[in-house]
Design a protein around this ligand. Structure first.
Ligand code: AMP
Length: 396
């Protein structure tokens, strides 16, 4: 069966068509500037990317262009829409309602809508994509795959904040965690690689991308993760601050005469690697700048790695041990010096990195020495494939 995977944002939409038997990507691409003008990028497997300007006043037109590209006589990869067996939608927030992926029905869509105040920028945009697909493919089954669902196994000790309990009761203020599809995919694969039953493993997943989070996965279940009510908590990220003393918000707001909204923009968009370095949010730019002697860029990279080290320590403690620590996403898969810096601080766990094996980018590999008590790995994430697998499992 061919599965169309859709990741829909407010003005953009990423897509992949995946053959679920072979797990090959038949075509992939992106619609950008939806509601403004519209750019379609389309890439059939093994061929060059095509970029074209298309009028996309709404997501419905954007998806129409995607479907046209997929079925195009010359460059398409399927003959007709009848060859799309299901659509898998990435949905950011499933709140406490969704502990697993779910088939989209009027009822489940309503429940997702009810989670929208927890992710006001993401869930409504995700649902626009769902509705546009339903309009164009009314008879094709659709599945919602949530960023939060994998972490719903966390115990109360991990997900409750030290706040008045009524905030949890009244507003569901708690840790949810994100990147769940990636944490689940990568931890399962890690168990396979190290040859231990998933249900009998203690794994720390370091998803280090522009957005970054760690998770503690014990016996196949997420027991803690660094992102919280929103993706702002935890690690230092590309532009997000991660953990800070909450009192800083009031302190700086008063000094600079900023509103709460303005402070949230600072924390989400102007902090993290970008804020510290004053150079860029991108790890590659920072490495270049640091190599030229830029001290703030070097500090940003060091602080990023230090925060990862601290969370690994916390999660090794939370699980009372760890079998494997795995790096994934843009920085985790590609930044050799970040992995090296982090792992050098893990010798207390008996973890020993092999610096030669660590010289790799974007490949699946064990990077620890044979003697290492904790396995260290790089496992590229593949959220689209994970969504396709979940979708298949529910529509089969
Ligand atoms: P992601 O959000 O998973 O797509 O990751 C994006 C981030 O990966 C970018 O912000 C880059 O900082 C980082 N990245 C990608 N390639 C490299 C590389 N070769 N070296 C260092 N960082 C990289």
């Amino acid at each position: 069966m061919n599965i169309l995977v859709i990741n829909c944002g407010s003005s953009s939409l990423k897509y992949q068509l995946i053959n679920s038997e072979t797990e090959d990507v038949l075509a992939k691409g992106l619609c950008e500037r939806i509601g403004i003008d519209g750019i379609l990028t389309y890439q059939p497997a093994g061929k060059d990317k095509e970029k074209s300007e298309k009028a996309m006043p709404t997501h419905t037109e954007a998806i129409k262009f995607v479907l046209e590209a997929l079925t195009n006589e010359k460059t398409g990869v399927i003959k007709s829409l009848a060859e799309v067996g299901a659509v898998g939608h990435r949905i950011v927030h499933g709140g406490e309602k969704f502990t697993a992926s779910t088939v989209l029905t009027a009822e489940t869509i309503k429940a997702i809508e009810e989670c929208s105040d927890l992710a006001p920028l993401h869930n409504p945009a995700n649902l626009i994509g769902v509705r546009a697909c339903q309009e164009l493919m009314p008879n094709v089954p659709m599945v919602a795959v949530f960023d939060t669902a994998f972490h719903q196994t966390m115990p109360k000790t991990a997900y409750l904040y030290g706040l008045p309990y009524e905030y949890y009761e009244n507003y569901k203020v708690r840790r949810y965690g994100f990147h769940g599809t990636s944490h689940s995919f990568v931890s399962k694969r890690t168990a396979e690689i190290i040859g231990k039953p998933y249900e009998d493993c203690k794994i720390i997943v370091c998803h280090l991308g522009n957005g970054a989070s760690l998770s503690a996965v014990m016996n196949g279940k997420s027991v803690d993760t660094s992102m919280g009510l929103t993706p702002l908590e935890g690690l230092v990220m590309g532009t997000r601050s991660g953990d800070i003393d909450p009192a800083i918000i009031e302190f700086v707001a008063k000094k600079e005469g900023k509103t709460l909204d303005e402070m949230m923009t600072v924390l989400n968009k102007k902090s993290g690697l970008l804020g510290i370095s004053c150079v860029s949010s991108d790890g590659r730019d920072l490495e270049d700048a640091a190599a030229k002697g830029d001290e703030k860029a070097q500090a940003a990279l060091d602080i990023f790695a230090y925060r990862v080290v601290k969370y690994i320590g916390a999660y090794a403690a939370a699980m009372n041990g760890v079998d494997a620590i795995v790096f994934t996403a843009g920085i985790g898969e590609n930044d050799i010096s970040c992995r090296s810096k982090v792992c050098k601080n893990l010798t207390y766990l008996g973890a020993e990195i092999d610096e030669e094996l660590n010289k790799c980018r974007g490949v699946e590999r064990i990077i620890s020495t044979p003697e290492s008590k904790v396995k260290l790995l790089v496992v590229p994430t593949n959220e689209e494939l994970a969504i396709a697998r979940e979708t298949l499992a529910l529509v089969k």
